[in-house]
Design a protein around this ligand. Structure first.
Ligand code: GLA
Ligand code: ZN
Length: 671
């Protein structure tokens, strides 16, 4: 799809399920799609039952006709492999395909995303189906991407998985002694004598509940194992279709900050990233922006695909609010502003039965084009035709990065204290929001990513410091970089074993501090500190620390640790490090980020109110500034650059005024 010679514009379309409809209706669907300027359809997402009605019968007749129909009408195809819901006969004949849940409950046939990732039956038939699809449709030059399975996820605790887990551990640790050491099994007399002693960590064994485990090491390794098991399923299909159609890029649709799968590892095996964006009814603009940037970061800034979003409404949130007029367009451009090269929907046509019949679609139950949603979709479609290829492939040039690490996320959630209110993503968002509101581009990077292009690296709650990461940070700072980290950092290694000798462990010399204790504050309690004349709250966790070379920039003001540092700065090599010893509020994060960006000579793109998001992408056609008004009011922005709005062809001069009505968007191509 991305980097495909056949693609010359922002692809526009989405999931289309004609198999749910009488064939006579397909032509009318095509007419409506054309009217809406749709040019890509994702086909065959849930058709395994139809494609393989029995163990040795395959039947592609209907899919052949669907492919012919959409091709005849000039549509591009994102072709799915249908392996995210297995056929009923398979579940009856081969129960190994059924998952076992966290509570030990063995599932029967039902629902979707329901196959055990370590089931030999699942792997064999999923791979076979993917291969047959690739063989059969390889000559279609309108297939712009393979869409393997759908929204991989979940977990399984069956006996197959248990056996596979033991093998995985054997491969990783070689000896049972090494396992015992990594998991610190001397605690509570857990010593394992043999790999066969090991069972999966769930409600039948180590867990009190989903996030509370008696052995973090075991649960953490299970998370890694489960993510890799499911990734293996993706890779089996990937290798199969890639061997037959080496020129068609391959993806699977991810889900943003989805915890069970380590997408940073997954990304290495995907040709491009695609993801499904379904903001909750109360999501903020920054929540969504963060997810887009996280997805962009998975492949070091390479543009991604927005694979799904609803045109109007979901059906599975607690409150399924309509996207207000203009919001579908605004959120579509928000995806593009953050690095997407497609705008795609679930779904093109609303089904009449089962659990998604009230989920929004481009073609509604009314069945015609005279709906608000259809009109908005068509208007956006016309705009995308006009934009053409201008923004394709454009990159975001960020000089600041926020570190995001799935292992660290798992470990923080499993940590057994210090506070039930400590959530990794919340802490990441506190910092992310400051960048977003300041209109300063920021990348979300993994611990494996190269840091040399950045001037600022922020790692909130870097609880787990993986082997070598402290060295990477030392180099970065010695070379002149600015590094910021927070409370609950540097505690453990990659097995969740504490680094002894004082917190923050291996980060201690870089930060020039020693944390002796950490105080967890209940929900409504807070301490305070004053920084540059303003008093800010200190909440959630308060580190009690001593400086060892760093200078204290602010101190706690109450309780027995009043006077101890709440914020420190250290000079290390040519660089600077900051330690934020507590959680504060948005004003504080903004002040701090503003200050360190100014010092590092990183300028905001432009100053705007927080409800106006501004991002920047550049490619061979030039530099594009995206202005997104998330507010319900009109705003006037005084420009600091000159350019042409590629949506309206209006020319703007430096110092001129850009008026953005409620929910409106402008994309300036700079002169
Ligand atoms: C997910 C799935 C789709 C559909 C939508 C509904 O993203 O991939 O098949 O169920 O949710 O929002
Ligand atoms: Zn299983």
């Amino acid at each position: 799809m991305i980097e495909n010679n056949n693609v010359h514009k922002i692809l526009y379309g989405g999931d289309y399920n004609p198999e749910q409809w009488p064939e006579e209706s397909w032509e009318e669907d095509m007419r409506l799609m054309k009217l809406a300027h749709i040019d890509v359809v994702t086909l065959n997402v849930f058709s395994w039952a139809a494609l393989q009605p029995s163990e040795d019968t395959y039947c592609f007749d209907k899919l052949d006709r669907i492919m012919e129909t959409v091709t005849k009408h000039g549509m591009k195809v994102c072709l799915a492999t249908s392996t995210s819901a297995h056929p009923a006969w398979m579940a009856r004949r081969y129960p190994d395909i059924l998952r076992t849940e966290f509570n030990g409950m063995k599932r029967k046939f039902g629902s979707r995303h329901n196959s055990c990732p370590n089931s030999p039956t699942y792997r064999k038939y999923a791979q076979a189906l993917a291969g047959k699809l690739a063989e059969r449709y390889q000559s279609y030059d309108n297939i712009v991407a393979w869409h393997i399975s759908n929204e991989y996820g979940g977990e399984c605790y069956c006996e197959n998985c248990e056996r596979a887990f033991r093998k995985w551990l054997q491969n990783k640790y070689k000896t049972i002694d090494a396992v015992n050491e990594a998991w610190d099994t001397a605690f509570w007399g857990h010593t394992f004598y043999d790999f066969e002693d090991i069972v999966l960590p769930n409600m039948l064994s180590e867990h009190f509940d989903v996030n509370r485990t008696t052995f973090q090491g075991i649960s953490l390794d299970y998370r890694r194992f489960n993510s890799e098991s499911i990734l293996d399923c993706f890779r089996l299909e990937y290798d199969t279709v890639h061997a037959i159609t080496p020129n068609i890029p391959i993806t699977t649709n991810l889900m943003g900050n989805y915890q069970p799968l380590d997408y940073q590892m997954w990304a290495k095996y995907m040709d491009f990233i695609s993801w499904d964006n379904y903001p909750a009814y109360n999501a903020t603009l920054e929540d969504t922006a963060f997810k887009h940037d996280l997805m962009r970061g998975l492949k070091q800034g390479k543009p991604f695909a927005l694979m799904e979003q609803t045109p109007s409404v979901t059906n599975w949130h607690p409150y399924n609010a309509l996207k207000r007029p203009g919001v579908m367009r605004l959120w579509s451009y928000q995806a593009v502003a953050h690095g997407s090269d497609t705008i795609m929907f679930f779904q093109i046509k609303r089904s009449i039965g089962a659990c998604e019949k009230y989920h929004g679609a481009i073609i509604d139950h009314a069945g015609h084009e005279n709906t608000r949603v259809f009109r908005e979709i068509s208007q956006l479609g016309a705009e995308l035709d006009k934009i053409g290829s201008l923004t394709l492939g454009a990159r975001t040039d960020s000089k600041a990065a926020i570190v995001f690490d799935w292992d660290n996320w798992w470990a923080t959630d499993y940590s057994a204290g210090p506070s039930v209110n400590l959530h990794y993503c919340d802490e990441i968002l506190n910092y992310y929001k400051a960048f977003n509101n300041l209109n300063i581009p920021v990348d979300l990077v993994s611990v494996e990513d190269d840091l040399s292009d950045y001037r600022i690296v922020i790692a909130p709650v870097l609880y787990m410091v993986k082997p070598g990461y402290d060295e990477k940070l030392r180099h970065f700072v010695k070379d002149g970089g600015t590094f910021v980290t927070t409370f609950f950092s540097g505690y453990v290694d990659d097995h969740d074993l504490v680094t002894i000798g004082g917190y923050p462990g291996k980060l201690r010399d870089i930060l020039g501090i020693w944390v002796e204790e950490e105080d967890a504050l209940p929900e409504d309690a807070h301490n305070s500190f004053t920084y540059k004349g303003t008093t800010y709250p200190a909440s959630l966790l308060c580190d009690l620390l001593y400086t060892e070379g760093a200078e204290a920039l602010a101190s706690y003001e109450t309780d027995f640790y009043a006077g101890m540092p709440a914020l420190t700065r250290n000079t290390y090599g040519k660089g600077t490090t900051y330690y934020v010893a507590t959680r504060s509020n948005a004003d504080f994060y903004r002040t701090l980020i503003d200050e360190i960006c100014t010092t590092a000579d990183i300028q905001p793109i432009i100053d705007t109110p927080d409800c106006i998001e501004v991002t920047r992408r550049s490619n061979n056609n030039g530099t594009f500034l995206f202005f997104l008004n998330h507010d319900t009011e009109e705003h006037a922005i005084t420009l600091n650059c000159s350019g042409r709005d590629i949506l309206t062809d209006t020319e703007y001069q430096n110092g001129g005024t850009l008026i953005l009505t409620a929910k409106d968007v402008a994309i300036l191509q700079l002169n």
